[in-house]
Structure formats: structure tokens, C-alpha cells
Design a protein around this ligand. Structure first.
Ligand SMILES: [Zn+2]
Ligand SMILES: [Zn+2]
Length: 305
């Protein structure tokens, strides 16, 4: 646990003292399999069913692609120490360049993707990405890392984003959590990524506290409740939900920056999964956009954002 831990004034259930860790690193052997399962559950009766089932299959191969893959290499210890000294994340996304381990994982993912059931657009995109040269691949990687995937090329970038998530989650899993320092509420302390969503967790010993999940590496970091993750304002925070939608997924809106990030009530429903439930509640994003709020979270699989 980091010494520079977060303030501990979250409301917690009476009789339980929450001692949230500052970070929880991802377990790549579990997260993609669990996400796949959640996508499949959410697909049932959903208007985006075919897309959600495709993403379930894509997460399934993110899980599978790890079999026998060599471990990605962390930056040298002195670079990690220097990053910490300057309050920077140890995995520097801006300086990422594809290497042999990443290429192998990306190729493996593209190979496995051939066999999964997918919409026609995803089949065409796969053919394009599989045939892309190094420069085109690199351009896709840059777009994913800059959180600026061109809307008209979303289908192509889905595969690159899946490969990046897998690579960065495997890297983050190897970090020393005690060596990570807070960078900011809306910034992943492992890789500098934006959150995909936040969640009130039900973890033993930390029940009722809130964590953001990184859209890239899936590291989770503690943030206090009722505070804008984007601008850190504690004033003008409100919660909106969709009529007829799940009452366990709300948008936390901020009157200071007019942004929002979703809040999942995982302590009420432990099955909620940030990436999957974010996409399944697209209707909430549409509502908030109509009301003039800016989406502050990042999800490379979210259509139209
Ligand atoms: Zn991250
Ligand atoms: Zn704000």
C-alpha cells in the first residue's frame, strides 16, 4: 500500500471500517474471462445484442491469447523510480512502441479473431487490420493511446484496442503496487489512462468505497465518493439514471465541468463490470449528451463516442 494514500472519509456501512488500498492491480487471467461472461449476460434481450456478443467473444480471445505468451517486459527499475519521483505513471503510454512481445500478442489475437462470430463490419475490419503494414498498425496504436479513435474507423481500431488492453494489463499486473503514487483522480497511476467508469465496491475491508477502473490497463485506483473524477470538484455533483434502466448504473454529473463518469453499484451487484456495463448503458450516454454533458470516460469499444 502506498504511503501517499487517499483520504479516508468515505461513508461506510456502520460497524465496518473501510481501509481501501490505493490501487488494485489487474489480474489478466481473470478480468477478460469475467468481462466476456458479463458481455454475454448483458446481450440477452439487449438492443445491441449482436455487438455485445461480438465483444464477449473478443474478450474471450483476449483471455485465450495469453496461453503460452511470453511475459511483457517492464521498463527498467531506474526508469520506474524516476517516474515515481516526478509523480508520473511507470508505464509511459506516450513512449510506447510496439515490440516483439506486443506484436506476438496482437498477431495471436488477430488469428483467434478469425474464428469468432462477428458482424459483417467486424469481419471486413479484421481483414484490413490483418493485412495492415507496420506503419498502419502503429497509427492505430497511437490513436488508441491518444484516446482519439476516428469514429469512421472504430471497427478497425477495436482489434488494436483489444491488443493494447491485453498488453498493458499484463504489464500493470507485474508492477509493485506499493511503488505507485496518485497522479490525479481521473488518471491511472499505472499507465496514465483515463477511467472507463467508477464503482462503489463490495470488497471485504473496503466495502462502500469507490474505485476507478483504467480503460487501458484495468488497474483500479481509489477515489473518494461524491467528487467529480474529472475536475475534482465536490460541488454540484448529481446522479442521473435511465428510466427503466438498471438502478445500479448511474452517471455522476458535475456542474463545474459539465462532465460525467458512470458510477456502478458493485456492492449491490458484484457482477457489474466497468467495460461491459458501460457499453450496455449507452442509452445513458445518449441522454446525457442531449442534456449537454460531456462524457469524461474512455471506452474504445463504445459506439459513437
Ligand atoms: Zn492504466
Ligand atoms: Zn467536474
Amino acid at each position: 500500500m502506498s504511503k501517499a494514500g487517499p483520504p479516508r472519509h468515505d461513508p461506510v456501512p456502520i460497524g465496518e471500517v473501510a481501509e481501501p488500498p490505493f490501487v488494485r492491480l489487474p489480474d489478466p487471467k481473470r478480468i477478460f474471462a469475467e468481462r466476456a461472461e458479463r458481455f454475454a449476460v448483458l446481450a440477452s434481450g439487449h438492443e445491441l445484442a449482436s455487438y455485445l456478443l461480438f465483444l464477449a467473444a473478443l474478450c474471450g480471445i483476449q483471455h485465450k491469447a495469453q496461453d503460452g505468451a511470453s511475459e511483457p517486459e517492464l521498463p527498467p527499475a531506474d526508469a520506474i523510480a524516476r517516474a515515481r519521483e516526478f509523480g508520473m505513471p511507470p508505464l509511459d503510454r506516450n513512449r510506447f512502441t510496439a515490440n516483439a512481445e506486443f506484436d506476438a500478442v496482437f498477431d495471436r489475437l488477430l488469428g483467434l479473431a478469425q474464428a469468432i462470430e462477428k458482424p459483417a463490419a467486424a469481419t471486413e475490419a479484421l481483414a484490413r487490420v490483418a493485412g495492415a503494414d507496420a506503419a498502419a498498425r502503429d497509427a492505430m496504436i497511437r490513436n488508441v493511446l491518444a484516446d482519439s479513435i476516428p469514429a469512421e474507423h472504430l471497427a478497425d481500431h477495436v482489434y488494436a484496442a483489444a491488443a493494447m488492453q491485453l498488453h498493458f494489463a499484463r504489464l500493470a499486473a507485474r508492477l509493485d503496487p506499493a511503488a505507485l503514487v496518485p497522479i490525479g483522480d481521473g488518471v491511472c497511476p499505472a499507465c496514465g489512462g483515463a477511467p472507463v467508469a467508477s464503482a462503489i465496491v463490495g470488497w471485504k475491508g473496503a466495502s462502500g468505497t469507490r474505485f476507478c477502473t483504467c480503460s487501458l490497463c484495468a488497474t483500479q485506483w481509489h477515489v473518494v465518493r461524491v467528487k467529480c473524477v474529472l475536475c475534482e470538484s465536490t460541488k454540484g455533483i448529481a446522479y442521473q439514471e435511465l428510466d427503466g434502466g438498471p438502478d445500479t448504473v448511474k452517471a455522476e454529473t458535475c456542474e463545474n465541468c459539465h462532465g460525467y463518469v458512470k458510477l456502478l453499484q458493485q456492492q449491490k451487484n458484484p457482477q457489474l463490470e466497468p467495460v461491459a456495463d458501460d457499453i450496455a448503458t449507452l442509452g445513458l450516454d445518449i441522454l446525457l449528451r442531449e442534456n449537454g454533458y460531456r462524457r469524461g470516460a474512455v471506452n474504445p469499444f463504445l459506439l459513437g463516442y
